[in-house]
Ligand binder design. Structure first.
Ligand SMILES: [Zn+2]
Ligand SMILES: [Zn+2]
Length: 596
């Protein structure tokens, strides 16, 4: 059974705020629209249109004058970094590095700046970002309240050609003040002629105007599709609020051309450029091939072979389409230093914000305990089978019961002979009790935290979803560190934006977006140094790439980021003010911030 058939009807009426794209079925339908283009991009010829690849870096240069945070085992800070032919040649004092690099090496001054290993984003969704980048972002960062969302739609309608669809995403009433839904009545005032569709951030609810309803042929007489609803006015006419995947697709089916990726190579370049802008040099796609299978993985490797990839890619295969991977005989570790298969992804439950994360106890104000997407016994079978095939098993588990089930499954796999060096991963790992931390440590497993849960939704978790005691168990990075567990931080983009400096701020300060001065469980705050290790060295270890990336040590790739100041020398409250000035991959500058 596929994830779509399991998840769709159950999620339709969930009072969700924000889901994980691992478990939003509508996305799979939308990505399917791009299947032909992505299949074409699996062929190497498709990338020729990008022209000749930039030459690999050759020769030797030295960067000096900056604080070079090597993030080696001792967390050494040095004054100079020498690069030769795309790899780190030496780090240390300027004299020592010069002696190694030779008198002819070019010396680049970077006074006052900080150089860190390139950041690694351990959990994002590559093609989902590529698809969604075509839609206008009306989320909380761009639009602080619902009125600003409507203003933005008004602007888009003013700019759009006749009959062009306006598709937007990321409206989130739990983060944006004002109306908690958007009806056609509001949208019609600013966009009477253009069809408009807005996704709620969770992707489980949509909002459209009268023109879109008209094009879709939806009237008072149209029955609700099974498992979903057209919310209606008193006279029975749809009011533009669409609940659930079938209702959403009833409208979106009329604008397929504005939803699909039309130029896959260009879209892939843009995803890498987006990563580079925030200092990311390696991204890890957690759920490759969710809809497109062979084509998606083929496109990754053709992209890598084209020489145009500016961020390394590691990926976990989506276990939702296990049969197709088995047909293809994909092997763990296949690929090269630019693109490589590293994991096997299983989604075990839903999202806590959507009250579909699987809990030991009911959610606040109800008796619902969420949903197992994979039954506990089946999870044991899947985890054990894939681990014995040599896969690093990567399990999405948000609720505490889902984490119990995941640990049971991982222990069963170990008992059956799976190696601890597979480094089992628990994704999001949101609610974590002390007994579970002990089990993770004993297994040698490793959590990756969606730390934006704490910052963006921490207040809602505390006040509406879990209550204060359980909300304190969110994102327990400090406790995991004390237990000797290696952990990382991720954005899960498109759930939150890739931005390692923001992740660092969230983990170090645990401040609450919607409560000035508020902090969620200060005991779980980590040091700046710990946060940096999690974004570099430990993230490299987590994706089985520590032999080539994750620290600035001789022989590793010269993947690094230049910040305007050292994060170690500022007040932690100012972390969010740090700026990425440059991003380098294999000794080549792939992003430079424009002077302002
Ligand atoms: Zn997930
Ligand atoms: Zn995800």
């Amino acid at each position: 059974m596929t994830l779509t058939t399991l998840a769709a009807p159950v999620r339709a009426f969930a009072p969700d705020r924000f889901g994980c794209s691992c478990c939003a079925p509508v996305l799979q339908d939308l990505t399917l629209l791009s299947v032909t283009q992505v299949a074409a991009a699996a062929r190497p010829e498709a990338w020729k249109k990008l022209g000749p690849a930039p030459a690999a870096q050759s020769g030797t240069f030295i960067l000096t004058g900056a604080s070079v945070l090597t993030v080696d085992a001792d967390f050494s800070t040095v004054e100079a970094l020498a690069v030769r032919d795309g790899r780190v040649l030496a780090v240390g004092s300027l004299d020592d590095v010069r002696a190694e690099a030779g008198e002819d090496a070019e010396v680049i001054e970077a006074a006052g700046r900080a150089i860190l290993p390139g950041f690694i984003e351990p959990h994002m969704h590559f093609f989902t970002i590529a698809v969604m980048s075509r839609w206008a972002n009306v989320g909380a960062i761009a639009c602080p309240d619902a009125d600003a969302v409507i203003d933005r739609i008004s602007d888009l309608a003013a700019e759009a050609g006749p009959d062009r669809w306006i598709v937007a995403r990321q409206f989130d009433p739990s983060l944006q003040a004002g109306a908690d839904q958007i009806t056609r009545h509001t949208l019609d005032q600013v966009a009477p002629r253009h069809p408009v569709f807005i996704f709620k951030a969770s992707l489980h609810i949509g909002y459209c105007n009268s023109r879109a309803l008209e094009i879709a042929g939806l009237t008072a007489e149209t029955p609700d599709p099974p498992g979903s609803a057209f919310v209606r006015d008193e006279d029975g006419r749809p009011n533009g609020v669409l609940k659930g995947q079938p209702a959403i697709m009833a409208v979106l089916a009329h604008t397929l051309s504005s939803l699909a990726i039309d130029d896959v190579p260009e879209a892939c370049l843009q995803v890498c450029a987006k990563a580079n802008q925030v200092g990311v040099t390696t991204v890890c796609d957690q759920g490759a091939g969710l809809s497109l299978g062979r084509a998606e993985v083929g496109a990754f490797h053709s992209f890598a072979a084209s020489g145009h990839m500016t961020a390394r890619l590691r990926y976990s295969l989506s276990g939702a389409m296990a049969d197709r991977w088995d047909e293809m005989d994909v092997k763990p570790g296949q690929g090269d230093e630019m693109a490589r298969a590293t994991g096997w992804k299983i989604v075990s439950d839903g999202s806590n914000q959507g009250r579909s994360g699987l809990q030991r106890e009911p959610y606040l104000g109800g008796d619902d305990r969420g949903l197992a997407y994979v039954a506990a016994d089946d999870l044991k079978v899947q985890v054990t089978r894939r681990a014995l095939e040599g896969w690093q098993v990567v399990v999405h588990a948000n609720g505490d019961q889902a984490i119990d089930n995941t640990l049971d499954a991982m222990e069963a796999a170990r008992a059956a002979g799976a190696s601890p060096d597979l480094r089992f991963r628990i994704e999001h790992c949101s609610i974590l009790h002390d007994d579970q931390i002990r089990r993770i440590a004993a297994l040698g497993a490793s959590p990756s935290f969606l730390i934006g849960h704490v910052h963006y939704w921490g207040k809602a978790f505390r006040d509406e979803i879990f209550g204060p005691l359980k909300a304190d168990l969110l994102g327990r990075a400090a406790s995991c560190g004390k237990a000797g567990i290696r952990w990382t931080l991720h954005s899960d983009e498109p759930v939150t934006d890739m931005d390692p400096l923001r992740l660092m701020d969230n983990a170090v300060n645990r401040s609450l977006w919607k409560e000035p001065g508020g902090v969620l469980n200060p005991a779980e705050r980590v040091s700046v140094e710990q946060a940096i290790v999690s974004l570099t060295r430990d993230a490299a270890w987590q994706c089985h790439s520590e032999h080539e990336i994750g620290s600035l040590e001789p022989g590793k790739f010269a993947d690094f980021v230049v910040l305007d100041r050292s994060p170690l020398e500022i007040d932690p409250a100012d972390l969010r003010r740090l700026k990425v000035l440059e991003t380098w991959v294999a000794g080549r500058c792939v992003y430079r911030r424009e002077a302002t």
